[in-house]
Design a protein around this ligand. Structure first.
Ligand code: BV8
Length: 229
């Protein structure tokens, strides 16, 4: 790969698939028979909080059983090799980029290992269950902690930072995402409009594949290390 000045990398569930984390819209994508769009919403949480807490408690607990794969490790190596030039933006709520060695990761959809307090607005690192209504570490209020996850209809985190990087980058790489969910699915448009070279690495063509200058289809665990080297 030629050495670009600045790279924005967007990852989705596909980069964690080879680590054993189920994707959302693949054959294993339904969660107990329900679509993520039906569970990951403020309305679902208001209607059945224990149900939604359990959905996330199970996924948080499952993190202990999965490990970073060569794709996570390769991106971490790239970020270390090009200090300040590589932004990793993930739609994923797992911690596999960090455990793969990435020093800076932008979690635009939040993180399983973080809890948000509805009483005081604080977020706190959280690796246990939320379903048993624990007290907020900050304000002590019980039963007010929700998953620190961006649900459908909620504003993703760090959008200003991400958009500023997209219009300034010379390379945009989308890895392991189906292009179903906005605003992430629209990032290629922003990058392309300001002249960045846009590359898609995915198991199969995403919904937005035609908007990329270059596509490489196959498993991220093979294609990402090959692209980085
Ligand atoms: C927003 C956290 C506006 C949850 C997630 C109606 C009402 C409200 C909003 C909307 C609406 N209609 C449309 C919208 C916008 C909506 C949206 O896009 N909906 C879609 C379904 C149409 N977006 C939003 O609501 C966003 N917010 O718009 O806010 C706003 C404005 C002002 C003020 C307030 C608000 C928020 C979206 C975030 C939702 N949260 N995650 C959780 O994780 O539990 S989204 C969820 O989908 C995950 O984050 C996931 O990462 C993400 C995207 O999915 P993918 O990562 O792409 O995963 P998927 O399974 O789809 O694809 C995997 C890909 O990997 C496949 O292509 C597969 O081929 C590939 N693959 C598989 N194996 C491999 C592989 N590739 C390589 N190697 C392999 N081995």
């Amino acid at each position: 790969m030629h050495t670009p000045r600045s790279i924005v990398i967007l990852t989705g569930a596909g980069i964690s698939a080879e680590s054993g984390v189920p994707t959302f819209r693949g054959p294993d994508g339904l969660w107990e028979g329900r679509r993520v769009e039906d569970v990951a919403t403020p309305e679902a949480f208001a209607r059945a909080p224990a149900d939604v807490q359990r959905f996330y408690d199970l996924r948080r607990a499952a993190l202990a059983g999965v490990h970073p794969n060569p794709a996570h490790v390769a991106l971490a190596k790239l970020q270390a090799a090009l200090p300040g030039a590589v932004m990793i933006v993930t739609q994923n709520v797992d911690d596999l980029h960090e455990r793969g060695g990435a020093a800076e990761v932008i979690h635009m959809h939040g993180q399983l290992l973080s809890a948000l307090c509805l009483a005081c607005g604080d977020t706190a690192r959280w690796d246990g269950d939320l379903g048993d209504n624990p007290p907020c570490p900050g304000c002590g209020t019980a039963g007010q902690l929700r998953p620190d996850i961006v649900w459908f209809g909620e504003m993703p985190y760090h959008m200003d930072t991400i958009e500023a990087a997209l219009v300034a980058c010379d390379t945009f790489v989308s890895i392991g995402t189906s292009g179903n969910v906005y605003p992430a699915a629209g990032f290629v448009e922003l990058a392309r409009r300001t002249g960045a070279h846009c590359l898609e690495i995915n198991l199969e063509p995403s919904l937005g594949a035609s908007r990329f200058h270059e596509v490489r289809h196959g498993p991220a665990g093979v294609l990402v290390p090959a692209w980085v080297d």
